[in-house]
Every structure is written in structure tokens, then in C-alpha cells.
Design a protein around this ligand. Structure first.
Ligand code: CP
Length: 323
């Protein structure tokens, strides 16, 4: 693995999941793999889980992690090639990224979409420019359209449950991604990425449910069953992944936050004792009810804990294949 920015960077999802679970069982089994190496984690946007889990994962591999909150502490970066920098940006990524390449062995970057211009966001300019100019492996800590470390974590968590309770699903698991209300427009990254990974994994009946006009890009959802009827989608579900996203077509809008889309225990009666997942952070009693979050079917804390093992498996692969 050279870079890790989408599922396309992974040859074998199951092998990567297995590796992550092996690290969960024995966190320090490769404690010298990253000795004398450094990862630079650049945050253009806020984070809790991604930041801490990546730092812990690097340390488990004997690697030093340096965190740089570029968005708050660094010079404002310019990403457009041939830009005339007479505005607010102070340093071009073409100048900054090669320096990160001198300081670090791996570069990890979090950057959010603007939600203003779909073509710009979906071009993934920021992460592509870092790949182009840094000269070292690049890991996405969430980009404009995808969140691959989260999605790998999600499959690790589903696989853990399937291994522990093989008879619960009675065959191929049914995984439902359901839209949830929110108070502000959010990126499509987690939903896009989850769809991309579950489709590529190919081991589940995958259903996406959302209100009309909240269709995601077909680039990621193709292969899934899509319905606007949440109750129908939830029927016999083994896993329910709850997430809000803003509109893709009329880009970045929040048309409504109809509370009827919030998952409740009543709605869970349709499912096959489904386990409930969410990437966090979550708005309680807006996106997800207290009764679900605090109830026995939530595997959300387990899921967030697994972020460490996903990051460790990815960093390990990069270290092994990039000397
Ligand atoms: N799920 C997730 O990426 O969490 P953070 O934004 O806290 O990193």
C-alpha cells in the first residue's frame, strides 16, 4: 500500500480486517516496525477520534506522531495551481508539502469539503495536491468526499460481531445505512465511504434509506438497494448505520430535519435485533435517541475503539511496503 485515501488502495479488505483484529488482540506485536520513523498528522478541520486513534496506532508501532493543527496554527494554504496569491492564502501546498516530505515518513491529512461547490469538493484537490507534492505516502484522515479509516473500522466492527455471533444473522448479513436528521448540513463523506467499502466488501445485502432528494453519488452507492421507506429498509436488518448527510444533487443543502427519521426502539422492532452503529460525534435526540445510544443494541463505543486497530493496520501496511 502506497497511499490510503479510498478502498481502491486496498487489495484485500478481509486481509486488512484480519490484520487489524490481530493488532487488537496483541497491540504491541510490531512495536519496532516504525522505530525511528515519524508520521505528520495535519488537521485542517477538527477531530477527536481520528486524531487520538492515529496517534495511538503510530505509537503502538514504535512510530512518533506529530500533530499539526494547520487550520488553526499554520499558514493559510493555497491549493490551486498557478494561483495568483494576492488574497488570504499565505503559502502554496507546492512549497509546503515537500517540506512535510522532508520532516516525515508518512503524511496524514484531515480536510473537510466546503459544501459550496460540488465539482471542487469532489475533485479532492487538497488530498491530491498533497500526494502530488509531498513525495511520501499519504493517509486520509477524512477528505472532502471520503473517510476510509472510518469505513475500515466499520467493517472491522461488523466482522467482529459476525465472528462472535455467527448464527445471529442466519446467513448473509443485511446492513442498512439510514439517513438521520441534523441541525446543519454535513458532508457526505462517511455515507459515501461506508457505501463504497460495503459494496467493495461484497459480503452483505446492503440497503440505503433516506428522504427524497438525499440521493448520494452513484459512484459510491451503485450495487445497493435504495429506498425512501425507512420502515421497509429496517425489516430484518442485522446492522443499522445511522448518519446524516446533506444533499448531493442540489449540493450541500439541508432541506428538512424531520424527526420521524430518528431511529427509536419502536423502529428497531422491525429489525433482526440489529446492532446500531454511528461514526460519532452524534447529536443526541436529534440524530439518535438516548434510548438507542444508551441501550444494549448500540455497538458505537466498540466501533470508536476500533479506530485504533484500523489505523494501526493501515500504517503497518504502509511501513512494510515503503521501507
Ligand atoms: N468519526 C470521526 O472521524 O470522529 P472525529 O471527527 O472525532 O475524528
Amino acid at each position: 500500500m502506497k497511499n490510503f485515501v479510498s478502498v481502491h488502495d486496498v487489495k484485500n479488505i478481509d486481509a486488512l480486517v484480519k490484520k487489524a483484529l490481530a493488532y487488537k488482540a496483541d497491540p504491541f506485536s510490531d512495536k519496532t516496525l516504525g522505530a525511528n520513523k515519524r508520521i505528520g498528522c495535519l488537521f485542517l478541520n477538527p477531530s477527536m477520534r481520528t486524531r487520538l486513534s492515529t496517534q495511538i496506532a503510530a505509537q503502538n508501532l514504535g512510530m512518533e506522531a506529530i500533530i499539526f493543527n494547520v487550520g488553526q496554527e499554520g499558514w493559510a494554504l493555497e491549493f490551486e495551481d498557478e494561483a495568483i496569491m494576492s488574497g488570504n492564502t499565505v503559502e502554496h501546498v507546492k512549497d509546503a508539502a515537500p517540506i512535510f516530505g522532508k520532516y516525515f515518513d508518512i503524511l496524514a491529512i484531515r480536510t473537510f469539503p466546503s459544501l459550496k461547490n460540488r465539482e471542487d469538493d469532489y475533485s479532492e484537490l487538497y488530498i491530491k495536491q498533497f500526494i502530488k507534492y509531498a513525495g511520501i505516502p499519504v493517509v486520509s484522515l477524512e477528505s472532502a468526499t471520503l473517510h476510509p479509516l472510518q469505513s475500515l473500522t466499520d467493517i472491522i466492527t461488523i466482522q467482529e460481531d459476525l465472528t462472535e455471533f455467527p448464527l445471529r444473522t442466519g446467513g448473509k448479513a443485511k446492513i442498512v445505512l439510514t439517513w438521520a436528521p441534523h441541525v446543519k448540513p454535513l458532508p457526505q463523506c462517511v455515507a459515501n465511504s461506508f457505501s463504497q467499502w460495503i459494496n467493495a466488501w461484497g459480503k452483505a445485502d446492503f440497503v440505503i434509506t433516506h428522504p427524497e432528494d438525499y440521493e448520494l453519488s452513484e459512484e459510491f452507492t451503485k450495487g445497493a438497494t435504495i429506498t425512501h421507506n425507512q420502515d421497509e429498509a429496517l425489516k430484518d436488518a442485522d446492522f443499522v448505520y445511522v448518519k446524516n448527510w446533506s444533499t448531493f444533487k442540489d449540493y450541500g443543502k439541508l432541506y428538512e430535519s424531520d424527526p420521524k427519521w430518528m431511529l427509536t426502539n419502536k423502529k428497531m422492532q422491525w429489525t433482526n435485533n440489529a446492532k446500531v452503529m454511528h461514526c460519532l460525534p452524534v447529536r443526541r435526540n436529534v440524530e439518535l435517541s438516548d434510548e438507542i445510544l444508551d441501550g444494549p443494541m448500540s455497538i458505537i463505543t466498540q466501533q470508536a475503539g476500533n479506530r485504533v486497530w484500523a489505523a494501526q493496520a493501515v500504517l503497518s501496511e504502509i511501513l512494510k511496503h515503503n521501507g
